[in-house]
Write a protein that binds this ligand. Structure first.
Ligand SMILES: C[S@@+](CC[C@H](N)C(=O)[O-])C[C@H]1O[C@@H](n2cnc3c(N)ncnc32)[C@H](O)[C@@H]1O
Length: 226
């Protein structure tokens, strides 16, 4: 199954909003760290419901936001959640970003980058579209150190790239981005039941759930163009 088919069906089932609810716990901290100034242009890669751009319009007064998604139904849903003319949604693939060279101030991506067919090439594409001094805020929950995430590949037909923290830094540098920051952002909002509630449908032990959300959470790697 292609990413387009897989995520079109997610959008049709309304799972875009479910992702927004879950990802917001840590995505909002990533967005708050971005050095975005009023009037700047931001691209959101794998935008899903488009919540990131709606938030940046409210909190940072961005001038233009473009949400790119490979699934037309995702982009269509995202467009339906806002009537803000400064935000637009594009259908496109991480392989070839439909964006001009040196035209974007910041790129954000939450829980999407590892679906790229060739993530190293996607980093080159990001480097190409960013202006000098532009930033890429790359947030992922599927990564090597987050052991609980390893099983996710079993539930999805699209091949996912599972880099570790060092591999993210190395790939950013290989694409010509300086690594300004790398951090893990814990999910402090998800409810973790008391020990006696385990095992649950999703978790064998409380310790495993704590490790997934409170210890590892979301890996943020920040790249800056020279
Ligand atoms: C797990 S969702 C995350 C959505 C949103 N960023 C969030 O935080 O809720 C991943 C998104 O990336 C998109 N996507 C996956 N592979 C893609 C690709 N190769 N090119 C463009 N978009 C892609 C999917 O259609 C989906 O909307």
């Amino acid at each position: 199954m292609s990413a387009r088919e897989e995520f079109d069906s997610w959008a049709a089932e309304g799972r875009d909003k479910g992702m927004e609810d879950r990802h917001w716990h840590t995505a909002k901290h990533v967005l708050a760290r971005m050095p975005v100034e009023a009037g700047e242009t931001v691209v959101d890669l794998g935008t899903g419901s488009g919540y990131a751009l709606r938030a940046l319009r409210e909190t940072a007064d961005i001038g233009r936001g473009y949400g790119l998604d490979g699934a037309p139904e995702m982009a269509r849903n995202a467009a339906s959640y806002t009537d803000d003319d400064a935000i637009g949604f594009l259908v496109g693939d991480f392989d070839a970003l439909p964006v001009a060279d040196n035209s974007v101030d910041h790129v954000f991506s939450m829980e999407a980058f590892y679906y790229a067919r060739d993530p190293s090439h996607t980093l080159e594409e990001i480097r190409r579209i960013l202006r000098p001094g532009g930033t890429f805020y790359c947030a992922v929950n599927y990564y090597e150190e987050n052991e609980a995430s390893h099983t996710w590949q079993d539930n999805i037909a699209i091949e996912m790239t599972r880099w570790n923290r060092a591999e993210y830094r190395e790939a950013f540098r290989d694409a010509g981005l300086h690594v300004a920051e790398q951090d893990t952002i814990a999910d402090r909002e998800i409810d973790i039941p008391p020990a006696e509630a385990f095992p649950t449908d999703d978790w064998e032990t409380r310790a495993a759930m704590v490790d997934r959300y409170r210890t590892w959470g979301t890996l943020l790697t920040v790249g800056v163009t020279p």
